[in-house]
Design a binder for this molecule. Structure first.
Ligand SMILES: [Zn+2]
Length: 594
C-alpha cells in the first residue's frame, strides 16, 4: 500500500481482539475466570478498542466473566459478547442463546451466521431461506435492544466459492437487519492471499453498490491453517477492510488465529495506515503484552515469534555479529526497541572476538579497564573447548563476565551438597538433597525432598535463600535439557545441562557442565537463582533512580537524563529492564534506548 492510496489510509483500522473467545479454542489453552479478567484488563490498558470476552450461551464461565465485567470500568475497550444466530425452530425471544447474549449486557454483540450452503443444509438442517431469516432475526433482536451488532460471516470464503450469490445474500440479510460491521471469516484458514483479496474486493464492491446501501465497516477474521493468517489480514486491510479480528500470539483452534501482535506491529511500523489504538498503542509495550498473556495462559512464550520472541533479533556467527556491531540495522528489519524487544548476540563457538566483545558491550560494560577483551575472549574459547558452549545460555555468560568485574559479590555460594536417590520395592523414587550455603557471612544448612534429584536440590536451595531473597518465589524453572558432549565416553561423558527459567515477563537460560549430571544441574540451578537475584537487584536500583529523578527537578530547566525508557505506566509494571544498562561504575542507568 502506498500513501497515494489516500482514501484507504484515511479511515483508521479498528482492532478487535478475540483472544478470550476464539483464542481459548486453542489446544492446551485454558483460562480461568480470573485469567480472563486479567487479560481483558491488560488489553484495555493497552488501548484495544474491542475485546470479545466469550460466548455466554456456551458456558457458565463466560456468563460469570460478563457479570464481573459489568462491575468494572473500561478505559478504552468496548466489550463484545459472541454467539450464534437463533436456532432454526426458535423465535428470537425464546432462543436461549440470544437471550444469554443480551443478558451479558455488553455494548457490542457479535452474531455469527452461516454463509456456506453446505453448512446450512448439512449442519443446521435448514433451508437457504430459513438461514437468511435466522441471520436477520438474530441481528435485529440485538439491535432492537440497543446493541452495536457485529456480524461474523462464518466460512465466508468457502461459501463464496460454493455459491457466490447466496453468500452475498447472507451479508445483505445481516446489513438490512442493522449490522454495521460485517466480518468476512476464513474459518477453515485455507484461503490463499490472492484469492482472499479478490473475494474481499468483489464482496465490498457488490454490496456497497446496492441502492441506498447503509455504510458498513468491513472486517476480516482469519485462521492460520495455510500459514497466511497475518498476511491475509494485512492484504484485506490493503483492499479496504477496516476491522481486524485477531488473537494475542495467534492463539486459536488448530494452527491458530491471525496473530494480533504481528498485525499490530506490521500495520503500525510498515504502513501509513491509521489505527485504533492510535499509532498501534504503546508499541514498545508489545513484547511485555505478548509475554504477559503467554504467562497468564501458562504457555511457554515462542522464542521465534516475530517482533517479540527472544530470538526475533538474535544474531549468531562472526559475519552477522560483526556487521550488526557496525550498523545495527544491517541484519534487522526494524529496531527491536520499537516493539519493546532487544537485540541479542548469540554467543557461540562460531562467533569471533567481535561477537564476544559486542555481547559484553551489550551488557553495558566498558571492557577497557574492567575486563580485558582479549583475556575474556581467551577464557570463553577455553570454556567452550571444555564443553561450556554458552549458546542458548546467555545468563550464564552474563554471570561469567560479571564475576570478572571488580566489585561483583556473588549473592550466595554453595559450600557443599549431598543428594540421595532411593527406590525400594518398586515404590516411587525418592530424592533428598542437603545443601550448605554461605550467604551474607552466614552458613546455612537446609534439606529438602523432591520427586527427583534436581527437584530436591532446587527446593533445598530456595529454602535456604528465601529469607534473604524473597523475589525467588516468583522464579519458575520451565525447562531442563541435557546433552551429552562427548558421546564416545558413554556414561563417563561430559554432560551439558541447560535450565530455562521464568519470572513474570522475563525468561533466561543458564547452563552447567560436568561429567556428573547432578553437578552440572546444580551449577545451572545456582546460576539461574544468582541471575534472578542480580536482575531484581538491578531493577530495584533502577526504580530508586527513577524515584530520585522524579523527586528532584533537574536544574535550570534542563531535560532529565538517564530516565528509564521502558515500563508500563498503566500497569505500574516494570518492563523487562536490562540491568546491564546500569553503569557498573556509578550505578546510574546508561543512556536509554540502546
Ligand atoms: Zn475463528
Amino acid at each position: 500500500m502506498t500513501r497515494s492510496d489516500a482514501g484507504a489510509v484515511a479511515a483508521p483500522v479498528v482492532l478487535y481482539d478475540t483472544t478470550l473467545r476464539d483464542g481459548t479454542q486453542g489446544e492446551g489453552l485454558i483460562l480461568s475466570l480470573a485469567d480472563k479478567i486479567r487479560i481483558a484488563r491488560m488489553l484495555d490498558e493497552y488501548g484495544m478498542p474491542y475485546i470479545e470476552g466469550g460466548w455466554p450461551g456456551s458456558n457458565p464461565k463466560d456468563v460469570e466473566f460478563f457479570a464481573a465485567a459489568r462491575t468494572m470500568n473500561w478505559r478504552s475497550a468496548k466489550l463484545a459478547a459472541f454467539g450464534s444466530t437463533r436456532h432454526r425452530a426458535n423465535r428470537p425471544e425464546a432462543d436461549p442463546n440470544l437471550r444469554e447474549l443480551v443478558a451479558a449486557e455488553t455494548p457490542v454483540v457479535t452474531i455469527f451466521g452461516k454463509s456456506w450452503l453446505l453448512h446450512v443444509t448439512e449442519v443446521l438442517g435448514a433451508t437457504p431461506a430459513e438461514n437468511l431469516d435466522m441471520i436477520a432475526d438474530s441481528v435485529r433482536f440485538v439491535v432492537d435492544r440497543g446493541r452495536e451488532a457485529v456480524y461474523g460471516a462464518e466460512h465466508f470464503f468457502d461459501g463464496y466459492a460454493g455459491d457466490r450469490d447466496y453468500a452475498l445474500s447472507t451479508l445483505r440479510a445481516a446489513r438490512e437487519a442493522g449490522a454495521r460491521s460485517i466480518v468476512l471469516c476464513d474459518t477453515n484458514g485455507g484461503t490463499l492471499t490472492n484469492e482472499l483479496v479478490a473475494i474481499v474486493r468483489d464482496t465490498m464492491t457488490s454490496l456497497d453498490a446496492d441502492p441506498d446501501a447503509p455504510p458498513v465497516s468491513w472486517g476480516i477474521h482469519t485462521h492460520n491453517d495455510a500459514e497466511l493468517a497475518v498476511a491475509n489480514s494485512l492484504a484485506a486491510v490493503a483492499a479496504g477492510v477496516r476491522h481486524v479480528q485477531a488473537t494475542i500470539n495467534g492463539y486459536g483452534e488448530r494452527c491458530g488465529n491471525a496473530n494480533m501482535v504481528s498485525i499490530l506491529a506490521n500495520l503500525a511500523l510498515k504502513t501509513p495506515q491509521a489505527l485504533v489504538p492510535a499509532g498501534g498503542g504503546d508499541l514498545n509495550g508489545l513484547t511485555v503484552l505478548s509475554r504477559s498473556v503467554a504467562e497468564i495462559a501458562n504457555v511457554a512464550p515462542n522464542d521465534f515469534q516475530p517482533y517479540v520472541g527472544r530470538s526475533a533479533f538474535a544474531h549468531k556467527g562472526g559475519v552477522h555479529g560483526a556487521a550488526v556491531a557496525k550498523v545495527e540495522r544491517s541484519y534487522q528489519h526494524v529496531d527491536p526497541v520499537q516493539v519493546g524487544n532487544e537485540g541479542r548476540l548469540v554467543v557461540s563457538e562460531l562467533g569471533g572476538r567481535a561477537n564476544t566483545q559486542l555481547r559484553a558491550e551489550q551488557l553495558g560494560h566498558q571492557l577497557e579497564g574492567v575486563v580485558d577483551a582479549r583475556e575474556l575472549s581467551r577464557l570463553i574459547k577455553q570454556l567452550e573447548a571444555d564443553g561450556l558452549a554458552f549458546e542458548g545460555a546467555e545468563a550464564s555468560f552474563e554471570l561469567l563476565i560479571r564475576r570478572h568485574q571488580p566489585g561483583y559479590a556473588a549473592p550466595f555460594r554453595i559450600v557443599d551438597f549431598t543428594v540421595l536417590v532411593e527406590q525400594r520395592d518398586g515404590r516411587d523414587l525418592r530424592a533428598e538433597a542437603t545443601v550448605k550455603l554461605a550467604v551474607d557471612g552466614e552458613t546455612l544448612h537446609t534439606a529438602a525432598d523432591g520427586n527427583g534429584p534436581v527437584n530436591a536440590l532446587d527446593i533445598a536451595l530456595r529454602k535456604a535463600l528465601r529469607a534473604f531473597y524473597p523475589q525467588l518465589d516468583s522464579v519458575h524453572l520451565v525447562d531442563y535439557k541435557v546433552r551429552i558432549l562427548d558421546g564416545g565416553a558413554a556414561t563417563a561423558a561430559r554432560t551439558r545441562v541447560v535450565i530455562d527459567s521464568r519470572d513474570g515477563t522475563r525468561s533466561w537460560s543458564t547452563m552447567g557442565s560436568d561429567t556428573n549430571i547432578i553437578t552440572a544441574s546444580c551449577i545451572a540451578l545456582a546460576d539461574s537463582l544468582e541471575f534472578a537475584i542480580w536482575k531484581s537487584a538491578a531493577e530495584l536500583r533502577r526504580r530508586d533512580e527513577r524515584h530520585f529523578t522524579t523527586a528532584t527537578p533537574p536544574p535550570d530547566g534542563q531535560p532529565e537524563t538517564g530516565r528509564p525508557a521502558t515500563g508500563d505506566p498503566a500497569t505500574g509494571e516494570a518492563a523487562a529492564v536490562d540491568p546491564a544498562a546500569v553503569n557498573p561504575a556509578t550505578g546510574a542507568p546508561a543512556t536509554p534506548g540502546r
